[in-house]
Design a protein around this ligand. Structure first.
Ligand code: WTA
Length: 649
């Protein structure tokens, strides 16, 4: 592989005050971690966490891959994120909220403390929530979503946020899998100048049997909703009578903090479990290292709290370090393509963190918009969730960052809790669309899946992490076997199973890591992870569908779009109507985020004689690539040409 990529040095002014100022400092830290792994992490855990009781051991590997960190330690994440800042930053803005209509609300650390304590008391006293209970949060992007998370953390309850774009069916499945007793939701919120609704989706999800006893409804848009007597109660009516002091539960380092469902290559979504100490440590440290947020900075991550990025980099990371975090209800392209830049100017945002899809949309809709605003406050620009293409990267660097800001292409996953491979803004010479190097303390290596050996520069392989790290996934809720099989089954190093991310990657000749995308059947649509198995299961619910196979296809804006091949039991007259019907099923079963851009009806699927669908062939056809795979082993090789002809037509 030739190194055609240009390298950009860190901004010299920025470098002077950066926490990690040079590659030498970076190498010194990585060496420290390699030489004394437990000492490295133990020291940071002592320095960064306000412990109620210090931990006894750093890492316990005796029950691998169920690793535990900081055993014996006691803490509470809501205290780490709020209480410990009160003396020094009580009146500093913790959450800077901007509504869809442009209204601004500044919530100080002191206000946050009051709001979270009241919410915790409400959950405890009225909803009967206690340590270990599961609470599902189905919320828009309003400050109460953060209060709800932190209130659960205060009580030691395990929250499971379900992204507001998921359908009633998907919400119900997650409620049942987690056995949640309470749902926190809102009537709805505002988007693009209009009210939209969430509560009816919750009503639908709870219309059949679930373990949910009560629902807490935040009234945000004040639209009419149905209230189910004895189940649904208004937060707004009850919150003021709660006391502003709620003692924080004392949690063990390894008590669960939250679940977040995510897609895998097989079966239903899995409840990724994160625990208390290790997660919060890394959330805070990556905020400090990767975004290098300073006391007066204003940090804006545009994700939704329904995804891991929103958990770690809107709520837990920024608040744990005592930063000001921006929360935005609306969309960055409304009322026009300058909205995001207008917000940067208005709030003097210093770090801006978004997904490549959003960058591509903002670029396409408003190539010259950034120049209309004063973006000089910006210091670091981040991207996350999917590979970024060099043109989008270049526009972000030059037009948004004025060629002055570092771009941190942060690579990580729901399962890793926080960043694992990323540039450091004051140290790493960056290359477009390149996640660069593992962060200190993360032993990230690209391995050859066959031999388990690290591949050489210029080669590609599987992105693995070969030592446990503090914020790693602790389990798949209710399914320890699936946890082992999903993450520790595919790659072994020196005969020992290591964590495999599911992503392919390569080293360039300088050893820089580029993530090339999933090696499994997971599609990344606009940075949202979709399992092909889930989409296939939804489509198979149609009575006339005989067989279905789904794959990803490159898409200019979304990165990937969903492409479905379907064989019908009986041919249909009106294909367009059938496609609409099938997408309606997806809407109902999963939500709009999983709609298929392409659905084609084919006479058969390419299968081996043993009945296995050859997905690689279908992926190639969807991409319009020539078929290079050997088709002679197929049960019916002619089906490939037939499908190609249909797709081309
Ligand atoms: C992909 C989002 C390339 C990857 C934080 C990963 C990326 C999946 C990057 C996780 C990046 C994330 N470059 N690909 N910088 N960041 N990915 O769990 O395929 O929603 O496995 O977490 O997104 O998606 P998840």
């Amino acid at each position: 592989m030739s190194n055609t990529k240009q390298t950009f040095q860190p901004n010299v002014e920025f470098q002077k005050t950066a926490r990690i100022k040079s590659m030498d400092e970076y190498y010194a830290l990585t060496k420290k971690a390699e030489d004394d792994y437990e000492g490295f992490w133990g020291d940071y855990a002592k320095e960064k966490i306000t412990w109620k009781k210090p931990f006894d051991t750093v890492l316990n590997e005796s029950n691998a891959p169920f690793y535990s960190w900081f055993e014996g330690g006691k803490l509470n994440v809501s205290e780490q994120c709020i209480d410990r800042h009160l003396d020094t930053r009580g009146s500093k803005t913790a959450i800077l909220f901007e509504g869809d209509n442009g209204n601004k609300l500044e919530i100080s650390y002191k206000d946050l403390h009051t709001n979270v304590n009241k919410f915790a008391n409400l959950l405890k006293n009225f909803y009967g929530v206690k340590k270990g209970d599961r609470v599902v949060i189905y919320m828009p992007m309003i400050p109460e979503a953060a209060y709800a998370m932190l209130a659960c953390a205060r009580l030691g309850a395990i929250h499971s946020i379900v992204f507001g774009g998921f359908s009633a069916e998907a919400l119900k499945d997650r409620i049942i899998d987690a056995q949640a007793k309470v749902v926190i939701t809102a009537d709805g919120a505002f988007r693009k100048g209009k009210a939209y609704m969430l509560k009816p989706v919750v009503d639908d999800a709870l219309s059949s049997e679930t373990p949910v006893e009560k629902v807490c409804v935040i009234q945000r848009n004040n639209e009419e909703v149905t209230w189910k007597e004895g189940r649904d109660y208004s937060y707004n009516e009850m919150i003021n009578s709660e006391s502003a002091i709620c003692e924080a539960e004392t949690m063990d380092s390894e008590d669960p903090l939250f679940l977040l469902y995510t897609s895998g290559s097989t079966g239903s979504p899995k409840g990724v479990q994160h625990n208390t100490a290790g997660y919060i440590l890394w959330a805070q440290m990556t905020m400090e290292w990767v975004f290098d947020v300073k006391e007066d900075d204003v940090f804006w991550c545009t994700a939704d709290v329904g995804w891991i990025t929103g958990h770690t980099y809107i709520v837990y990371g920024p608040l744990a370090m005592g930063a000001t975090t921006v929360m935005f209800e609306g969309v960055p392209t409304y009322p026009d393509a300058g909205r995001a830049w207008q917000m940067v100017e208005k709030h003097k945002i210093t770090q801006f963190y978004t997904a490549p899809t959003a960058i591509r949309v903002l670029h396409k809709m408003g190539e010259n918009e950034p120049s209309k605003y004063d973006l000089s406050s910006l210091k670091v620009l981040g991207t996350v969730g999917e590979p970024i293409d060099p043109p989008a990267w270049k526009w972000y660097y030059e037009e948004v960052g004025n060629s002055n800001c570092a771009i941190v292409d942060t690579y990580w996953q729901t399962e890793t809790g926080g960043h694992i491979v990323s540039p450091l803004p004051g140290a790493t010479p960056i290359k477009p669309a390149c996640a660069t190097f593992p962060l200190p303390g993360i032993i990230g290596e690209i391995l050859d899946p066959e031999t388990g050996k690290k591949v050489a520069n210029g080669e590609s392989g599987y992105m693995c992490i070969t030592k446990p790290w503090p914020s790693m996934i602790r389990g798949v809720w209710g399914d320890p076997e699936r946890f082992k099989k999903s993450y520790f089954g595919d790659v072994k190093k020196d005969g020992k199973p290591v964590y495999f991310t599911g992503d392919g990657a390569n080293y360039d000749e300088d050893g820089y890591i580029t993530i090339t995308g999933r090696t499994d059947d997971v599609i990344n649509v606009s940075g949202h992870r979709m399992g092909t198995a889930e989409v296939e299961a939804a489509l198979a619910k149609d009575d006339n569908v005989a067989e279905v196979a789904v794959c990803g296809r490159p898409h200019d804006i979304k990165g990937e779009s969903i492409f479905a091949y379907i064989t019908l039991k009986t041919p249909c007259e009106d294909e367009a109507a059938k496609i609409k019907e099938l997408n309606n099923i997806i809407k109902k079963e999963i939500g709009n985020i999983a709609l298929c851009d392409n659905i084609v009806f084919v006479p058969g699927l390419p299968k081996t004689r043993s009945g296995k669908i050859m997905r690689r062939i279908l992926r190639s056809i969807a991409k319009g690539e020539a078929i290079t795979q050997d088709t002679s082993t197929l049960e019916d090789p002619t089906v490939v040409q037939q499908i190609e002809a249909i797709v081309k037509s």
